[in-house]
Design a protein around this ligand. Structure first.
Ligand code: FAD
Length: 408
């Protein structure tokens, strides 16, 4: 494998860099490479952070094959440049050597609801511009899904501690264990002097399958399990229903923590799994087993009843899936983990905010809600997506929020 310097030297610094143009936050890849190769690592880090405050995280968890790496022109005939490896080094170095700049406070208070990637990004951008930020977080620590979802073997948690230290050094007030909508409501914030509110509450509520057996004691939702796997005792045989990235994270965690047999039950075929290809590969390497073309129809005390699913390809190439209820079989289990998507919690819906029928907050392209001075971005607006997409929508919301605050 090339060193990261050799990797940076391979970059062609294209005039129209496809890597940057296909990144949701348009990371200025050629300029960062240039600074890095000039020995200006700190400046390269500054450029990355100003563009994307979560660069140290996205460098690790982004689906690079869909964004920068996947669009590198060198990949057309050979090996694409793995910019994310260089970004990992630069951004971690920047975090480790961060010194808070002198900031002239402007006296304007803003409230940020939710301490996931969107909330962290907003807090950092606003604090650096002199706003007085209070960050409300329902959990006991900062990070959202980064801390309470993505396993530590994929994303080291010390990065989140560094982010927390930086936010505190920038003067951000952090209120952990404080769920907006419980004792304090959205409309309590304005009388206390907040001029704007940014909501980034994510989609932490797991979807259910609607099957008999879902409330049984050995059945758990993947996002609940991943919050604190150490509190669960799953036994030797665990079935994970679902085939997205969350299902993969749950199965890989089961193998590590429980030393158990983990089986993914996938409705469609191997090629149609929604999880990233490299995650699926890693799961296979870990020893996760896959049962494709199977649908769970009932959960019992010691087994999941499944039916076979047939893939039917029509002449025009369109594909449909049909359960064959005559072909049933039982998968023996000690525990079951359900990973079939998430939606927003109920608390933010309780206010006068406009939400759609799924409960996602309705905004315009600039993150403005129906309430004056209230903005939203991240998964609570789009539904479950990716970290980098949450940052992209947060940047837009911050831009519009600033225009609003500077007017008044
Ligand atoms: C298991 C798992 C693995 C994933 N893997 C990847 C990956 O590899 N790469 C990738 O790019 N994306 C991944 N994602 C998706 C990614 O994590 C999300 O898109 C991203 O975290 C969304 O950021 P957010 O800030 O909008 O929401 P979240 O990260 O969900 O943060 C929302 C925060 O708001 C808090 N909150 C909720 N309600 C309130 C309230 N009323 N008051 C105060 N606080 C509140 C929550 O406690 C939470 O901390 C994964 C998701 C999961 C679940």
């Amino acid at each position: 494998m090339s060193t990261i310097k050799q990797e940076a030297q391979r970059c062609l610094k294209c005039k129209k860099p496809q890597c940057a143009l296909n990144c949701p936050v348009e990371t200025p890849v050629p300029q960062v490479m240039e600074l890095f190769l000039n020995g200006q690592t700190k400046e390269a880090g500054e450029m990355l952070f100003r563009n994307n405050p979560l660069t140290a995280v996205t460098a690790i968890v982004c689906p690079h094959e869909r964004n920068c790496t996947g669009h590198c022109v060198l990949g057309n005939k050979g090996e694409p440049v793995e910019f994310f490896r260089i970004e990992q080094y630069i951004s971690r170095f920047y975090l480790e050597t961060f010194e808070a700049p002198e900031i002239l406070k402007n006296g304007i208070k803003i409230a940020v609801v939710g301490g996931g990637p969107a909330g962290i990004a907003m807090s950092m951008m606003a604090a650096l511009k002199g706003y007085e930020v209070t960050l409300f977080e329902a959990q006991d620590n900062l990070g959202g899904v980064l801390r309470y979802g993505i396993p530590a073997f994929r994303l080291p948690k010390d990065i989140l501690d560094m982010y927390k230290d930086i936010l505190l050094s920038l003067g951000v007030h952090f209120r952990p264990n404080t769920r907006l909508g419980a004792s304090i409501g959205l409309m309590d914030l304005f009388p206390d002097g907040y001029k704007a509110v940014f909501i980034a509450a994510g989609t932490g509520r797991p979807n259910r399958l609607g099957l008999l057996g879902e409330t049984l004691g050995h059945v758990h939702f993947a996002v609940d399990y991943l919050k604190s796997p150490e509190n669960f005792h799953l036994g030797r045989h665990v079935a994970v229903v679902g085939a997205g990235n969350v299902a993969i994270d749950a199965a890989r965690t089961v193998i590590r923590r429980e030393h158990a047999h983990a089986m993914i039950i996938n409705f469609k075929g191997e090629e149609e799994m929604p999880a990233n290809r490299d995650e699926v590969e890693m799961a296979e390497m870990d020893g996760v087993e896959f049962m494709h073309h199977a649908q769970a129809v009932r959960i019992m005390d010691d087994a999941v009843r499944c039916v076979r699913v047939n893939r039917i390809e029509a002449e025009d190439g369109s594909v449909t899936y049909e359960e064959d209820f005559a072909d049933t079989f039982d998968v023996p289990v000690d525990s079951v983990i359900l990973a079939i998507g998430q939606g927003p919690g109920a608390d933010v819906n309780a206010s006068a905010l406009e939400v759609d029928k799924k409960g996602l907050i309705v905004v315009n392209e600039w993150g403005e809600t129906n309430l004056q001075g209230v903005y939203a971005a991240g998964d609570i607006v789009t539904g479950p997506r990716t970290v980098v997409e949450a940052i992209a929508s947060t940047k837009k919301a911050f831009q519009r929020m600033e225009e609003y605050l500077q007017q008044g």
